[in-house]
Design a binder for this molecule. Structure first.
Ligand SMILES: Cc1cc2nc3c(=O)[nH]c(=O)nc-3n(C[C@H](O)[C@H](O)[C@H](O)COP(=O)(O)OP(=O)(O)OC[C@H]3O[C@@H](n4cnc5c(N)ncnc54)[C@H](O)[C@@H]3O)c2cc1C
Length: 454
């Protein structure tokens, strides 16, 4: 067995967003990196841009791409979304800023980002990509990984002192760990699924709705969202229960789909000329949360990104959290001097609480987005939150800002969410709060809350 610190070789399984980014970080440290990916090279014949699928990138993601040296490149095609645009059932629009002036989340193309990361990783002479290699087996103790070539069916094994599993929510490496002693694992599906639809660009590549916003159509137990793309289109995602009175299973005819959109999203119906065909053609996908512990094996194998912590997408943090894994791990290498047998267990121990916390926050935000953004009490809470933030910037940071516009650990943000929920229970119960929302009684409750925490 080679000494991990001396040999400076590593395998990464999965060249998705996190695997490709982590390859860049390791390459910069001078590691000889082999990256295995079951799909074909997206830069080759297979990648024609495809459907535009976008992701919301926020501070944690920016921090990581900046460290990787590609911030400017991504910024050129990112669209700032400084707030939410809520669409009521009657078609009224309400804009709600996400943070302070100049704060925004950004819509970036998933394919474009992955491509940029692959290109930069590939520009290092010490990174080697193996596409069409599907990881099928792991012998944890050596460790040896077996791959099957997707086109030839040939099987090959590779050995490396360090293995990083960035192979997504259904990670093959995690599956091997699940069969080991004392590995905790939990996965659960949301009762909702999702379907992606596209609002095409108008003439001359113009957007058909305000591009500087994340659009939300909150409808109680379900919702539609839309993020702008650089080519003038929007990618919409419909989140709806799989089964039940209003559900995907009920939308099984053209008439049912049309009537559903007419009733709940009539403004969107007019914007998607091929709605019915798209609806029937595009898959309905499920939403899984994965939690496990430990994320590592004997200081030599480490799970990263969705392989360690797949979450529901309602805080827009899955990729951001995976990117932050890379930033934190890289910082630990700076501190601990590439001693992986110490770094890997320390990282896994420290980071798992943050993975669990963002999973919980993402679940909570689902309820907020689909249900509460249309609720007057919720809107009032947002107004008071913004007011307290403006008046007491040193003592009060809204949880959304903590998660989205800061690098404060997710587990701290979760504790803060619990604390602020208690604060708002009291504030919203005050008499005449609708009119006295910025009055002395609110300030008194806030000051007492603050004092009790110190
Ligand atoms: C609808 C939706 C919306 C989302 N929106 C956002 C958002 O706005 N913001 C945000 O931050 N996050 C968002 N996410 C989450 C984000 O997509 C994921 O967190 C992110 O893609 C995780 O990156 P990853 O590299 O860990 O995994 P993946 O992106 O899943 O990549 C894993 C890679 O491993 C490869 N692979 C898998 N198995 C094997 C194997 N056995 N052998 C070899 N290779 C393998 C796969 O082909 C893939 O390339 C969203 C997710 C969904 C579902």
């Amino acid at each position: 067995m080679k000494n991990t610190t001396e040999s400076r070789e590593a395998i990464i399984v999965g060249a998705g967003l996190v695997g490709a980014l982590w390859a860049v970080f390791l390459a910069r440290r001078g590691y000889a990196v082999k990256v295995f990916e079951r799909r074909s090279d997206m830069r080759g014949e297979g990648y024609k841009g495809g459907r535009s699928i976008n992701l919301a990138m926020s501070e944690r993601g920016w921090c990581a791409v900046e460290k990787a040296g590609i911030r400017e490149k991504i910024e050129q095609v990112a669209i700032a979304m400084p707030g939410r645009m809520m669409h009521s059932i009657a078609g009224d629009l309400t804009f709600q800023a996400y943070g302070k002036e100049n704060e925004a989340i950004y819509s970036v193309s998933r394919g474009g980002l992955n491509l940029a990361l692959l290109n930069i990783a590939d520009s290092f002479p010490n990174v080697e990509f193996f596409f069409d290699y599907h990881c099928v087996n792991v012998d944890l103790d050596h460790p040896i990984i077996e791959f099957e070539h997707q086109k030839t069916g040939e099987r090959k094994t590779f050995e490396a002192p360090l293995i990083f599993a960035a192979d997504g929510a259904f990670s093959a490496i995690r599956y091997a760990l699940q069969r080991s002693n004392r590995f905790n694992y939990r996965q659960f599906y949301l009762e909702h699924g999702y379907k992606e639809l596209t609002i095409p660009a108008a003439a001359a590549g113009k957007h058909r709705m305000e591009p500087g916003a994340l659009h939300i159509w909150p409808r109680g137990n379900f919702m539609l969202i839309a993020l702008p793309n650089a080519d003038g289109s929007f990618t919409c995602t419909l989140f709806l229960p799989f089964e039940g009175e209003i559900s995907f299973e009920k939308l099984d005819t053209e008439a049912a789909i049309e009537a559903f959109f007419q009733q709940y999203f009539s403004d969107v119906l007019a914007l998607i000329p091929t709605l019915i065909q798209e609806f029937q053609r595009n898959p309905t996908s499920s939403l899984v949360t994965v939690q496990c512990d430990p994320w590592q094996w004997q200081g030599r194998i480490l799970l990263l990104g969705d392989a360690a912590h797949a979450i529901v997408p309602f805080y827009g943090q899955g990729m951001n959290a995976g990117f932050e894994d890379c930033t934190i791990l890289d910082a630990m290498c700076d501190e601990m001097g590439d001693d992986w047998s110490a770094i890997i267990p320390a990282f896994a121990r420290k980071r798992v609480q943050d993975g669990n916390a963002i999973a919980e926050l993402a679940q909570r935000n689902f309820i907020e987005m689909r249900d509460l953004v249309g609720d007057p009490k919720f809107l009032l809470r947002k107004k008071i939150t913004a007011d307290l933030f403006a008046k007491f910037p040193a003592d009060f940071l809204p949880v959304y800002s903590m998660v989205t516009f800061s690098n404060i650990a997710y587990h701290v943000a979760l504790q803060e969410d619990d604390a602020q929920n208690k604060l708002f229970q009291e504030i919203l119960a005050l008499p005449n709060i609708e009119t006295e929302w910025n009055g002395p009684a609110v300030e008194m409750v806030f000051r007492n809350w603050l004092a009790a925490r110190k």
